[in-house]
Design a protein around this ligand. Structure first.
Ligand code: XUL
Ligand code: CO
Length: 437
C-alpha cells in the first residue's frame, strides 16, 4: 500500500518532558480523568476539507502546497488517493473521528446523476477504510456554497429550482452519513444570508430555510438515520450577513420553526469571535438552552477580521471550553472537530501533524485544568454564594412566581437600600491563573 506520509510513525504520548515535536506531551488517550479516558472526553476529529483539500490559496494568490495525493490528471484517482492519505493520517495521528462535505471526497460532475455515481463510489471506499482502521464519522455535511448555482443561497435562494437542487444534495449526503454510521449531520448555512436587502425578501427566505430543515427532519425519520442534527452558527462570510448568526439567533430560529427537539448546535470558536462573542460565551449560551452538541475547534486572530481558522493553542480558551463541556455532561454524539487549517507558509505534509498535535495537546491541557477547576469547586462555590439570595425568602418568592410588582414595592419601602457585594473579578482571574500551567 502506498504511503503518503513516509517517515512519520504513529504519534505517541511521551509526557510533558518530551522534546520530540512529533509526540504528545499532554494528550494521553487512555489516561482517565473524572471517570472517562481522555479519548472518550475529547472525541477528536480531523476535517477533510482544510486538511486534505486545502492548499493554502488566499484572495491574493493560489495554493502553495504540493501534495502527493494530488498527483494525477484523473479527478477520481485524486479523490481515491486523497481518501487513502486521509485515513493514513487519521491512523498515524490517533484520532477516532473524521468529518467531510459530500464534494470534498468526490469531485462534482456535469449532472447530478453523474455526481451521485462518483460520490457513491467514494463512499464505498470510505466505508472500507473506516472498517480497516476503526476511525468513525463524527458528522457528514453537504457543500451548498461553492458551485455558482448557490451564489444567492441554497435553501434561501430566490429560485425554487436551486432549493430543489440543494435538497437533492442534502438527501444524498444524509444517505451517505447514515451508510457510514455517522454520529451526526451538520447544517452550516454557507450562503444562507444576503449581500443587500435591496434585493432580498428576508422573511420569505427565513421561512424557506425553516421549511428546508423540516424536510430534512422528515427525511431523517424516513430513512431511520439516528444521528444528531446540528446547526453551525456563523455571523458573516461568505455573505455579509448570515441568518444563522450566532447561538442566540439559531435558538430563536429553531423555536420559531418548531425544530428545538431535533437540533443541537455545532459551536465553532472562530465563528463565535466573528460574532463579537467569545467561544466561551457561545458554549455557555448553547449549554444553558439545551443546545450544546458539538464543537469546531479552531481560533481566530485578534488583528484580522475574518475566519482565519487557525489551530487552537490558547490554553484559556481550551480550559474554559472544557469546563463548559464537562459541566454540560460531556459530548454525547459530538466531539472536537479541528475545522482549522495550517498557514499558507506551512507547506509540508508534516506541518499537518504539528498543527493537530498542538491542538490536541492544547485541549488535553484544557481538560486536565478543567477537571481540577471542577473538583476544586472554588468558582462553583463563589457563584453559588453570589446567587444565594435566590435560594431563600424573597428570592424564592420571586422565582416561584408568588409575588408581583406591588409586593416588591412594599418590600423595598420596608427594607430600604439593598446590600451589594463585590464581583471579585480580579481575585477570580488570579485563581484561574493558578490552574493554567
Ligand atoms: C465554514 C465552516 C464549515 C462548516 C461545515 O466557516 O466552518 O466548514 O464547518 O460546512
Ligand atoms: Co466549521
Amino acid at each position: 500500500m502506498r504511503e503518503f506520509f513516509p517517515g512519520i510513525e504513529k504519534v505517541k504520548y511521551e509526557g510533558p518532558n518530551s522534546r520530540n515535536p512529533l509526540a504528545f506531551k499532554h494528550y494521553n488517550p487512555n489516561q482517565k480523568i473524572l471517570g472517562k479516558t481522555m479519548a472518550e472526553h475529547l472525541r477528536f476529529s480531523v476535517c477533510f476539507w482544510h486538511t486534505f483539500k486545502g492548499l493554502g490559496g488566499d484572495p491574493f494568490g493560489p495554493g502553495t502546497m504540493i501534495r502527493p495525493w494530488n498527483k494525477s490528471d484523473d479527478p477520481m484517482e485524486v479523490a481515491e488517493m486523497t481518501l487513502r492519505a486521509a485515513f493514513e493520517f487519521f491512523t498515524k495521528l490517533g484520532v477516532g473521528f473524521w468529518c467531510f462535505h459530500d464534494l470534498d471526497i468526490a469531485p462534482e460532475a456535469d449532472t447530478l446523476a453523474e455526481t451521485n455515481k462518483r460520490f457513491d463510489e467514494m463512499v464505498k471506499l470510505a466505508k472500507k477504510l473506516q472498517r480497516d482502521t476503526g476511525v468513525r464519522l463524527l458528522w457528514g455535511t453537504s457543500n451548498l456554497f461553492s458551485n455558482r448555482r448557490f451564489m444567492s443561497g441554497a435553501a434561501t435562494n430566490p429560485s425554487p429550482e436551486v432549493f430543489a437542487y440543494a435538497a437533492s444534495q442534502v438527501k444524498r449526503a444524509m444517505d451517505a452519513t447514515k451508510a457510514l454510521g455517522g454520529a451526526g449531520y451538520v447544517f452550516w448555512g454557507g450562503r444562507e444570508g444576503y449581500e443587500t436587502l435591496l434585493n432580498t425578501d428576508m422573511g420569505r427566505e427565513l421561512d424557506h430555510l425553516g421549511r428546508f430543515l423540516n424536510m430534512a427532519v422528515d427525511y431523517k425519520k424516513k430513512i431511520g438515520f439516528k444521528g444528531q442534527f446540528y446547526i453551525e452558527p456563523k455571523p458573516k462570510e461568505p455573505t455579509k450577513h448570515q441568518y444563522d448568526f450566532d447561538a442566540g439567533s439559531c435558538h430563536a430560529f429553531l423555536q420559531k420553526y418548531g425544530l428545538m427537539d431535533q437540533f443541537k448546535l455545532n459551536i465553532e470558536a472562530n465563528h463565535g469571535t466573528l460574532a463579537t462573542h467569545t467561544f466561551h460565551h457561545e458554549l455557555v449560551y448553547a449549554a444553558a438552552n439545551g443546545l450544546f452538541g458539538s464543537v469546531d475547534a479552531n481560533r481566530g486572530d485578534l488583528l484580522l477580521g475574518w475566519d482565519t481558522d487557525q489551530f487552537p493553542t490558547d490554553l484559556y480558551d481550551t480550559t474554559m471550553a472544557m469546563c463548559v463541556i464537562l459541566q454540560a455532561g460531556g459530548f454525547k454524539t459530538g466531539g472536537l472537530n479541528f475545522d482549522a487549517k495550517v498557514r499558507r507558509q506551512s507547506i509540508d505534509p508534516v506541518d499537518l501533524f504539528h498543527a493537530h498535535i498542538g491542538g490536541m495537546d492544547a485541549f488535553a491541557r484544557g481538560l486536565k485544568a478543567a477537571a481540577k477547576i471542577i473538583q476544586g469547586k472554588k468558582f462553583e462555590k463563589f457563584i453559588k454564594q453570589r446567587y444565594s439570595g435566590w435560594d431563600r425568602g424573597l428570592g424564592q418568592k420571586i422565582e416561584k412566581g408568588r409575588v408581583g410588582f406591588q409586593q416588591l414595592e412594599a418590600y423595598t419601602l420596608k427594607n430600604g437600600e439593598p446590600k451589594i457585594q463585590s464581583g471579585r473579578q480580579e481575585m477570580l482571574e488570579n485563581i484561574l491563573n493558578e490552574y493554567i500551567r
